[in-house]
Structure formats: structure tokens, C-alpha cells
Design a protein around this ligand. Sequence first.
Ligand code: ATP
Ligand code: MG
Length: 418
Amino acid sequence: MQKPKGTYDVLPRESKKWQYLEDVFRSVCSYYNFKEIRTPIFERTEIFHRSSGEESDIVKKETYTFTDRGKRSMTLRPEGTASTVRAFVENKLYVDSLPQKVYYYGPMFRYERPQAGRYRQFTQFGVEAFGAESPLLDAEVISMAYHIYSILGFDQLVVKVNTLGDQDSRDNYRNALVDYLTPQKEYLCNDCKERIDTNPLRVLDCKIDSFDSPPNMSEYRTEKAQKFFDGMLEYLDALGIPYEVDETLVRGLDYYNHTVFELQATIEGFGSQNTLCGGGRYNGLVKEFGGPDIPGIGFAFGVDRTLLALEAAGIKLSKPEYINCYVATFPETRVEGARLVDALRLSGFITEMSHEEKSLKAQLKQADKMNAEIILILGEEEFNNEEIIVKHQGEQINVKLENIIDYLDSLNLGEINE
Ligand code: ATP
Ligand code: MG
């Protein structure tokens, strides 16, 4: 029995790292006033076709699509924006005050060629902000992504920004790009040959082809689009976010316009899956989903890749395993011991005892293995005197059973390990 290709198990010894990262995401979201949205893991297939575009890699070759028993076509979500926009429109969240700022965290599914940092089930953390067409909101979202890494102590990364401009800018550039690409069509990969007709911008995002000197996007930008972009850069400067403008940065999905950005790891030897986070503005998508014409901007973090990058940078996220209390018993006191263990757990102490009868020596060995901060020994004689032996930092004393929780509270257990 083996896991499906391109998936992984998060084992108990690793899950703390994931939880820690998730905690950082959640707290940064709360500082920036983003609230969690939870949508289904699967949606009607057309939801993703509508948002990503028929010609996107995701729709063309990466979806996990199945027909359910009611003969409806369903797709495991490959990304979070489509479901979020669907829920935003369906639940009319736009009648509340705008902007609405939400975040999501969870598994995504894409049928890809598995490799380090690229899986078929992977985890994304993402945010979406609806309702303000302001360069300040773009800067806020980029700042948030950047600061998640600074809080984690990770600085080996570059923030790349670009603008695809408004529809007119995009159309102007598209024409120029088609003129540039057509003479070299025969040298392009099969995907790019098709993209020239369907979505030429995506050629710049190809993992196979690279281009010497494609036409410069900024020359085809409308004045209005340039002004929006300059406004955003001014805010980024003011917020102290280091960034690089990359005129060739485009994103893989159809729905982007104006600001696009990526956070890329710059660790030497990290490999090609170095885009940790990508995002951009998607004015028009809410309308496309049957809602009012409300603009939006968001990003998605690859949580898996972020963990790999933090590891490669030598940033330790997990603390050593430990427990607060180990309760050692004798055959005569096991039942009382079990009662005490439960009481300690419900008072907030991570507590264990042996599930089998064992010699005291074997129990002390187990306590050591579990890295117990304190050992409580419930001897028969002590129990008859309503007392218990407490071993802590090489010292041993007797404590009245009725005072044990107060006593443990006074020790501030867990502080060294947390
Ligand atoms: P790529 O160009 O690497 O295929 P993408 O443009 O398809 O990425 P997005 O859809 O923007 O990626 O997803 C945002 C982030 O999610 C990516 O930057 C990456 O960190 C992560 N991600 C995307 N696909 C995978 C995957 N198959 N496995 C792990 N992480 C992924
Ligand atoms: Mg991809």
C-alpha cells in the first residue's frame, strides 16, 4: 500500500512545523484584518474553466476532474481564487462594507509532473481583497506577503513586480508580442506554438522556452495604467519593501491585470521551483462570475515550497519534543494515577503515564525518552498520606496531592521548551 504519486504524508514529528507556519499566516492575517473563508475542496468544473481560462495549464492538463453519481462534472480545486470569488458573489459579500479582505488555507490539487517543490496535492495559503481599486491596496497585499517572510526570519528572497496594465495596455502589448513571436514560431515548444494564438502573454511564463529581447511591456502601457503602477511603487518605497521591477513577469492564469508579483527564493542551489508566492490584481473576475464590477487583488503562497526554502536557509521551525509531566505508578496506585493524569491534562499540562504495568526503573526510562520536564511518582505509602513525590531538575520533594496543580503552576513548566 503506497500513497498516490505526487502526494506526501506530514508525519507526527513534522506536523509542528506546519502548525507553526499556519499560526504565523493566521496572525499576520489578523494584523492586516483579513478574515478566514472556507470553501469546498471541490467545485463544479466550470468554476475553474471560467476563472483560469480554457487555455491555461491548469485547465488544459492539470485538473483532477470526475463525474459524480449525479452525472455532474466536478473538479478538485487547483487553486483558491476561483472558489473564493464564487463564494463572494454567491453570498453577496459585496453588500457589506468594502474592501472585503479574506484568506484561505488548505490543500490544492494539480496533475503535474512531481518533483521537489511540485506535488499533485499541495498546500496553499492565500488572500483576496475585494473592492478597492487603489494602488495602496496592492502595496498592502505585497507588504503582507513580504512581512510573513520577515517574521519567519527569511531574507533570501526577491520581490518581483510588474504591471500587465489595463485592457488597452494588454491588447497593445499582445499585438506587439505576436509580431515578435510569429517569425520564430517553428523554434518554440508545442505549448508556445499554440499560445501565440490563444494567449501570447503566457509564452513569457514558459518553463521551456526563453527569449532574448521580447518587446518591452512598458512601451505599450496606457498613461493611466502607468500612473497606477507608479502609485503602487511609491507606496512600496514608503513601506520599505525592497522590490525589483521585472518587465517580463506575467502570471500563469488568464484573470490578471495591472499589478502582478512574485516572491522568489534566492538561495543558491535551491532549484527551479523557487517561486514561493505569486499574485496580482484581477479586476473583472467578480463580474465574470455574475457579480457586480468589483475589483480584486490577491496572492497564493506555496506552503510546501516555503517550508523547503526555510529549511534550505537553515531556519528551524520545530522545537524539540517534550512533555510537561510523567506520572509513574505502582500496581496498587495505577487507577489513582490514571485519575491524576486526566486531571493534569485538563489543567493544561502535557502529561503521560505508562499504558502497561512496568517497573519504576522502566517508567523513569520512558519519562526520560519523552523528555518529561517533571516526574511525579505515586507510591502506595505516599498515596496513603495523600502525597506524591515530585522530581524536578534533580531535586525530589513530597507535595500534598490536593496542592499538586498549584505547585505545578508555580514551576512555569513548558517555558524553556516553548
Ligand atoms: P509554477 O509556475 O511554479 O507552476 P504557478 O504559476 O502554477 O507556479 P500559482 O498558481 O500562482 O503557481 O500558485 C501559487 C504558488 O503555489 C506558487 O508560487 C507555488 O509556490 C505554489 N504551487 C503551485 N503549484 C504547486 C505544486 N504543484 N506543488 C507545490 N506548490 C505549488
Ligand atoms: Mg503551474
